[in-house]
Ligand binder design. Structure first.
Ligand code: MG
Length: 163
């Protein structure tokens, strides 16, 4: 299922490298020997989790349904216009950000404000595209992957390290 989820995100314009780059920018000031490869690995470990895969699939499905006009009003307009007061996209993605504890929440809030790299591109409402959920999902994955690195470096490798 992990490969399927990765493929679905790529179809929507998000590569794991893009997310790993965000993780690197967040964590490299605290870990000067950090590599992009380690960030990519951490990103993969986050997506390895079934609960994360479920959030990603749900968010992507809602973006796609909205794009196709298959959601009832008034919700359709709310999602398509990415209304600032609609916080369900953040709430959903927060479920990813918190899997490695509260450090992820801080990073998520930061990313949501700064919108670095691919997040800004996703937010740049391209004609006919709806990425209301996807930008937050990217933030959630990056925040979790960054928190995972913070924990791993603090206490040694963590137990989910199976690959
Ligand atoms: Mg959003």
């Amino acid at each position: 299922m992990r490969d399927k989820v990765i493929e679905q995100m790529e179809k929507r314009g998000v590569k794991l490298d893009d997310i790993a780059g965000i993780v690197y920018d967040m964590q490299s000031p605290y870990n000067e020997d950090l590599t992009l490869e380690e960030c990519l690995h951490s990103t993969r470990m986050v997506i390895q989790k079934r609960e994360v895969q479920h959030v990603i699939m749900t968010g992507l499905a809602l973006d796609k349904l909205a794009e196709q006009g298959l959601i009832d009003e008034p919700l359709l307009s709310i999602i398509v216009s990415d209304e600032p007061l609609y916080g369900v996209d953040e709430t959903l993605a927060m479920g990813i950000a918190t899997i490695y504890g509260t450090i992820g929440i801080t990073s998520f809030g930061y990313l949501d404000k700064v919108k670095p790299g691919i997040m800004a591109q996703l937010d740049n409402k391209e004609e006919g595209r709806t990425n209301t959920f996807l930008d937050d999902i990217v933030a959630g994955i990056a925040a979790a992957a960054a928190a995972r690195i913070a924990h791993a470096r603090e206490v040694g490798e963590i137990d989910d390290d199976i690959s």
